[in-house]
Design a protein around this ligand. Structure first.
Ligand code: HEC
Ligand code: HEC
Length: 444
């Protein structure tokens, strides 16, 4: 080895100092250690999140062709007074069916008038004001040069965002990924004057379609209706399922209540088949004429559109979906001491962690179970290709207590869920253990 020369000692000292400073200065130091390609990855991820957010909130994928041009929902919103049909939809009616208003899209003058009660929320004209400001979450109106509502489209944010009610109930800052459990999708679609296209797809009457939609209720939608045509379960209840949260999904293998596929499979599915955007979708599992008669008849597993307004957006939309972390519960919303005891029950005696594995709270791997395993009926499971239920990720349960738990909200409270497992798995939990378990569920 070469011997140290007189000048190498201060140089080495300087190098050591620089290394020390880099290691103690957090992000900046890490950045210095990054290669150009590392930095490109970071920048690309940031850019994809920003693009994906824009798509999630504002992209209609060309679905105006359905919501406006086909079922003519915009005419009902506009009302006869402004060239549509019927009485029109007032802001109060819109809020009552669970639509949300993005306060950050409103001009300051409108916010002031809202605060001082100077906007008549019973006047449908003011719904048009909100739509013109692009302030109705998940709904975009397209106006012509004369200010008439020409058509409309919907976005992912319609069902998968809500607001924090900062101004008043239903009006506030956006919360992307939070399930809108106030939203009555069935009632909204039922406002549309012409559901003949849906009736034709299903091979039934408009009256029958309207009966099915009216039975959905708040917080629910039926993503399988246009595949199998089943509006009701054998017990006579609606076949619709709850809108699940769309946060905390990174690291989770299969998605939807019944594990249809990956996040990006489902994003393409929804944009093409539910929102009726224009894109490409391939899923030959839908060719099964027994399980999916409507989808098989209409070749829903083989969709191609020119131009394709969906596929180019899937990468950024995917990244955005995975980037939405489940929100932490507010301080004081659960009993911390009981939650700690509940964690021990969850991981021990109650064996919940056997399926709900932290930190995703679903199984790493093929996260599906039969109906018998979890002790419920198999109606909804049988409407999906694998005929199973997906182990629901449990983070952020506190954001969607409205509408109940499990895919159809059959358990009104977390305590009911715990009682179900206690009976089904013969766990022999004491009341105190059940209470602790619920506090833990509220804390994750
Ligand atoms: C009309 C309401 C509605 C709209 C609009 C909507 N979704 Fe959904 N979404 C649902 C419902 C209901 C489910 C549950 C479906 C099921 O399990 O059968 C769901 C499920 C999901 C899931 C699975 C979540 C999980 O727990 O794994 C993702 C991801 C998702 N949607 C993303 C999107 C994206 C992206 C868009 C826009 C392209 C979108 N959704 C548009 C209602 C909607
Ligand atoms: C055999 C696997 C399995 C075990 C064990 C299990 N779960 Fe589940 N869990 C599931 C599945 C599957 C679902 C989805 C049910 C559905 O979609 O209707 C679910 C759903 C839930 C939900 C509803 C989530 C929502 O968004 O509505 C809660 C809460 C829950 N489990 C808590 C628990 C607790 C607490 C325990 C222990 C007492 C437990 N689970 C044990 C598989 C399991």
């Amino acid at each position: 080895m070469k011997r140290l020369t007189w000048w190498s000692i201060p140089v080495l000292l300087l190098l050591a100092l620089a290394a020390l400073r880099a290691s103690s200065s957090g992000d900046a130091g890490e950045d210095q250690a990054l290669t150009r390609f590392d930095r490109k990855i970071l920048n690309d991820a940031r850019q994809a999140v920003v693009q994906g957010r824009q798509i999630f909130r504002y992209d209609t994928f060309g679905d105006e062709a359905f919501w406006g041009d086909t079922i003519k929902l915009h005419q009902a919103i506009q009302g006869a007074r402004f060239g549509g049909v019927g009485p029109g939809v007032s802001p109060n009616t819109a809020l009552a069916v669970g639509l949300k208003v993005d306060v950050d899209a409103l001009p300051p003058a409108v916010i002031d008038r809202l605060k001082s009660g100077k906007i008549d929320l019973d006047d449908p004209a003011n719904t048009l004001v909100l739509l013109k400001a692009n302030a109705v979450v998940g709904v975009t109106g397209r106006f012509d040069a004369n200010g008439r509502l020409r058509t409309m489209g919907v976005q992912c944010a319609l069902c998968h965002s809500t607001v924090d009610d900062s101004l008043t109930h239903g009006i506030g800052h956006r919360l992307d990924g939070w399930a809108n459990r106030d939203l009555n999708v069935g009632a909204i679609i039922n406002l549309a004057p012409d559901l003949s296209a849906v009736a034709n797809l299903l091979g039934t009457t408009q009256a029958d379609v309207r009966t099915v939609l009216a039975a959905w209720g708040p917080g629910k939608f039926d993503a399988e209706l246009l595949l199998d045509g089943k509006g009701f379960r054998p017990d006579g209840k609606s076949a619709a399922t709850l809108i699940p949260p769309a946060f905390g999904l990174a690291g989770v293998n299969l998605h939807t209540w019944t594990g249809w596929g990956s996040v990006t499979h489902w994003n393409a599915f929804v944009a093409n088949l539910e929102m009726h955007g224009r894109g490409t979708f391939y899923d030959p599992r839908l060719d099964d004429p027994v399980q999916f008669p409507v989808a098989a008849r209409n070749h829903f597993g083989h969709v191609r559109s020119e131009p394709d307004l969906i596929s180019p957006k899937l990468p950024a939309l995917h990244v955005y979906q995975l980037a939405i972390v489940a929100p932490a519960p507010p301080a004081g919303s659960f009993n911390a001491k009981a939650a700690l005891a509940g964690k021990r029950v969850f991981e021990g005696k109650a064996r919940c962690a056997g399926c709900h594995v932290a930190p995703t709270f679903t199984e790493p791997g093929w996260n599906l179970h039969t109906a018998q395993e979890i002790g419920i009926d198999d109606f909804q499971a049988n409407r999906a290709p694998d005929k199973r239920y997906r182990t629901a990720p449990l983070k952020g349960l506190w954001t969607h207590t409205k509408g109940g738990f499990y895919h159809d909200g059959r358990f009104a409270t977390l305590f009911d869920v715990v009682n179900h497992y206690d009976g089904h798995f013969n766990l022999g939990l004491s009341d105190q253990e059940k209470v602790a378990l619920v506090e833990y569920l509220k804390s994750i």
